[in-house]
Ligand binder design. Structure first.
Ligand SMILES: O=P(O)(O)OC[C@H]1O[C@H](OP(=O)(O)OP(=O)(O)O)[C@H](O)[C@@H]1O
Ligand SMILES: Nc1nc2[nH]cnc2c(=O)[nH]1
Length: 348
């Protein structure tokens, strides 16, 4: 099979207006949140089938170690692997596929942030000596893919290829990172087919351009501005350390004073605490690349803005919101969770 079009994929021109929403079915609740159907689900599927052919040709008789980049890549990966397996069943050359996952996160709203996190297991030693296919839904600035490929190479795989469903046409475009491209698209923020905007729209089957009102509706405010956060954190440390040393032995007095003092400061940076991760869940621990702040910004956003917490987050990240110890507790260094939370977590 001729591999023309595989490096750039189907090139969608800047002028492409997408299809009118009236022509397709989609979840009704997103009616005002998307501009158009940019790439219909059927077209996505057919393109993926074609990519499966290219990949099968290139990998020859080598088994494929698939590394799926979550969360955005989960639908693409699932459909791509399915097509590769179907091809295998219909020929006398069946390739074994094994699928592993890695989760990267860097976007808040429609902006790439300075914090690029690997969430979960960072040990990819299962890649050693293997023919690896990295599967990613979107290559935009290329920051995620560059970091991932650097990390992957440290585990000395035999070969690494990258399948990107969408590659964005932006200045300093990252097209050299991908070997198999579904579509090259203009610089629009697209959602659907597992691509999200603050965790919304992953359940949309088509790829669509998000509307202005959709952005407004699901926007998350950045947590306390950096300046206040830094000042607060320094002041907090300067006061807490000496106070903690003196008052900590008098727990009862401290608790009583806490009840008398006013609740949290209006600009308190976070109402989220990180619970200790039990040994069995150690593999779920969160790591940052490069190391910066310990908590995931997304989690702070949700807690501060009071937005609905995505259902999938709480159990995996072991983060739970609770009413903070407030002004008094802050200055007295009381950071234990309230009684009801301790019960919920089985702490005596
Ligand atoms: O090329 P880049 O500019 O780095 O952007 C690409 C990344 O952005 C999205 O992930 P996101 O950080 O939103 O996390 P998610 O996959 O969990 O939605 C997408 O799924 C890619 O992984
Ligand atoms: N959902 C979504 N995530 C992205 N990450 C980088 N670019 C995009 C985009 O256009 N849409």
């Amino acid at each position: 099979m001729e591999n023309r079009g595989v490096k750039r994929g189907i090139v969608i021109k800047d002028e492409w207006p997408g299809y009118s929403l009236d022509l397709f079915t989609y979840p009704e609740h997103y009616h005002h949140d998307i501009e158009n159907v940019y790439i219909p689900h059927g077209v996505i599927m057919n393109r993926i089938e074609r990519l499966a052919h290219y990949i099968k040709e290139d990998f020859g008789d080598n088994n494929i170690m698939v590394l799926c980049v979550l969360k955005g890549g989960y639908k693409f990966c699932s459909d791509l692997v399915e097509f590769i397996e179907v091809l295998g069943r219909n020929t006398n050359r069946y390739l074994e596929t094994r699928v592993e996952f890695i989760r990267y996160k860097s976007y808040l709203n429609d902006q790439s942030t300075a914090d690029l996190h690997i969430i979960g297991n960072t040990d990819l030693s299962f890649l050693r000596g293997k023919c690896v296919l990295v599967v990613e839904a979107m290559v935009d600035t290329g920051k995620t893919m560059q970091a991932l490929l650097k990390h992957v190479q440290t585990f000395e795989p035999q070969m690494v290829k990258v399948a990107g469903l969408l590659v964005k046409r932006v200045p300093n475009m990252a097209d050299s990172l991908t070997d198999y491209v579904g579509f090259e698209i203009p610089d629009h923020f697209v959602v659907g087919y597992a691509l999200d905007y603050n965790e919304y729209f992953r359940d949309l089957n088509h790829i669509c351009v998000i509307s202005k009102s959709g952005k407004m509706k699901y926007k998350q405010l950045s947590s306390t501005p950096g300046f206040y956060r830094l000042t607060f954190s320094l002041a907090h440390k300067a006061l807490i350390v000496p106070l903690h040393l003196f008052i900590r032995p008098h727990q009862r007095l401290a608790a009583m004073l806490t009840r008398l003092l006013p609740p949290a400061l209006p600009w308190e940076p976070t109402r989220t605490i990180v619970l200790p991760v039990p040994a069995a869940e150690e593999a779920e621990r969160e790591t940052q690349v490069p190391p910066s702040e310990p908590a995931h910004p997304e989690d702070a956003q949700v807690a501060v803005s009071g937005a609905e917490e995505p259902a999938d987050r709480a159990p995996s990240s072991r983060l739970q919101s609770h009413v903070s110890p407030g002004f008094g507790g802050l200055f007295l260094g009381l950071t234990e969770p309230p009684v009801d939370m301790k019960k919920a977590d089985g702490v005596d």
